[in-house]
Structure formats: structure tokens, C-alpha cells
Design a protein around this ligand. Structure first.
Ligand SMILES: NC(=O)c1ccc[n+]([C@@H]2O[C@H](COP(=O)([O-])OP(=O)(O)OC[C@H]3O[C@@H](n4cnc5c(N)ncnc54)[C@H](OP(=O)(O)O)[C@@H]3O)[C@@H](O)[C@H]2O)c1
Length: 215
């Protein structure tokens, strides 16, 4: 089962519905169990018959073998410190791109002492198998299940089992291609593309993605 912590937001909802439509069983997580249930019911309206439930973040994480982190960067340390050993041995997919908006500059990447949100999450969860992925996938496009997306998902991890799992899940979203991005230390480069894409989106009024050529 796949859990989406902070899955009440657009990115978690989008990934959850796409993967639920592909046959995966998903649980939406939230700091508030009722909010999670409401989000699950709303997604079921778009995907009748899919296996989608809602639960508090800790319960969602306990049910799943693969846990997506789909909340803002500021929530990472408090959330993961609370969950702690509950994630030991599980695959954790970090979707977080730390960024903020500055007046006159647009989106900018936030510095992270560990190098990236993904590396920080591995330090906070030494017993988990962390992979970084989907940081460049547009929530708006993910939330439109009828839309064929275009782009690559760069997957970085120091754990083969985690990388293999995300490489296998990614093409369940039609036309998204997984690209092996090597070690988790490379996640910083992927995370920092996201504010660039956000700024390009504003200029061109689009939902930009990335594509690696030559692979
Ligand atoms: N939006 C995009 O297009 C996009 C694209 C690629 C990557 N991402 C990344 O995906 C993540 C989620 O993006 P989003 O746009 O869905 O974010 P969001 O709407 O700001 O937040 C998602 C959910 O996270 C929970 N949350 C908010 N603040 C929190 C905190 N301090 N601690 C714990 N949980 C908190 C909330 O759920 P509850 O209140 O129900 O707990 C919220 O509904 C972000 O890290 C972002 O960088 C987003």
C-alpha cells in the first residue's frame, strides 16, 4: 500500500489519484484524520472503484510499505521526528522541493544544511530506505487524470530496493519516464530545478516539466 503524508494538498492528491487509477491501493495522510477522509472521498468521486482511504499521518504510514512525503519542507523535521522508527525498513519517497517566494524574485530554492530535503530525511530516518522523486512533477497536471503528462522523473537513492520500487511505480502514470538519477546526494540538483520551473510557469503560463535527452 502507498501512503501520502500531507496527501490532502495538490501534489499528494495528484500522485495518489494517478497511482490509484493504475490499481495501487493508496491512503491519504493528514495531520487531521477527518481532513484525510474528506480528501479520500473527493478523490473517489474522480476515481470510482479505486482503493483510496484516509487516515492520520501516523496511521497511514503504519498501513503502507511505501510512504510518500508530500507536505511542505517546513513540516519535514517535525513530522519525521514524530514518526521516527515507525518508518524503519519502509520505502520513503521524498517529493519535497524546499522553496519560498520572494517579492520581485519569484520562487527561490531554500538552502538545506544536509544538502537537500531528501538527504535530511534520510538522516532523520536512518532505518528507512529513502528515495527522492517527482519533485518536478506538476500537481496541476497530476490532478487531471485524463491529461497525458510529458516528462521525466529523476529518481535518486542510496537503496536499490527503494530506487527499483519508484522506477516501477513511475510508468504507471502514463507517459512519465523514470530516469535513474544515481545517489541520494544528487537529489539537491533535482529539488532546485523546481523553483526554476515555477518561475518559467509564470512567464509562459504553462506547467513546465523536465526531459533528459540522450537516455
Ligand atoms: N505543488 C506542486 O506543483 C509541486 C510539484 C512538485 C513538488 N511539490 C512538493 O510537494 C510537496 C507538497 O506540495 P503541495 O503543493 O501539495 O503542498 P501544500 O498544499 O502546501 O501542503 C500539502 C499538505 O501538507 C500538509 N502540511 C502543510 N503544512 C504542514 C506542516 N508544517 N507540517 C506537516 N504537514 C503540513 C497539509 O495537510 P494537512 O493539513 O491535511 O496535514 C497540506 O494539505 C511540497 O514539498 C512541494 O515542494 C509540489
Amino acid at each position: 500500500m502507498l501512503a501520502f503524508l500531507g496527501g490532502t494538498g495538490p501534489e499528494g492528491r495528484g500522485l495518489a489519484i494517478r497511482l490509484a487509477l493504475a490499481g495501487e491501493e493508496v491512503v491519504i495522510g493528514s495531520r487531521d484524520a477527518a481532513r484525510a477522509s474528506t480528501a479520500a472521498e473527493e478523490l473517489l468521486l474522480l476515481a470510482p472503484g479505486a482503493r483510496i482511504t484516509g487516515a492520520a499521518n501516523a496511521d497511514a504510514a503504519a498501513q503502507a510499505d511505501t510512504i510518500f512525503l508530500t507536505f511542505p519542507y517546513e513540516g519535514q523535521r517535525p513530522t519525521l521526528e514524530t514518526l521516527g522508527e515507525a518508518l524503519d525498513g519502509k520505502i520513503v519517497v521524498n517529493v519535497i522541493a524546499p522553496m519560498e517566494f520572494q517579492r520581485g524574485r519569484g520562487a527561490i530554492a531554500l538552502p538545506v544544511d544536509a544538502g537537500s530535503a531528501a538527504e535530511e530525511s534520510q538522516l532523520l530516518l536512518p532505518g528507512a530506505l529513502v528515495a527522492a522523486a517527482f519533485q518536478n512533477a506538476s500537481a496541476e497536471e497530476l490532478q487531471e487524470p485524463g491529461l497525458i503528462m510529458e516528462g521525466d522523473v529523476v529518481i535518486c537513492s542510496d537503496h536499490k530496493a527503494a530506487k527499483d520500487r519508484v522506477m516501477e511505480l513511475t510508468p504507471k502514470i502514463p507517459n512519465l519516464r523514470p530516469v535513474d538519477g544515481g545517489a541520494l546526494a544528487n537529489a539537491k540538483y533535482v529539488e532546485q530545478i523546481t523553483p526554476l520551473l515555477v518561475n518559467i510557469n509564470r512567464i509562459y503560463k504553462i506547467h513546465a516539466g523536465i526531459k533528459i535527452v540522450g537516455v
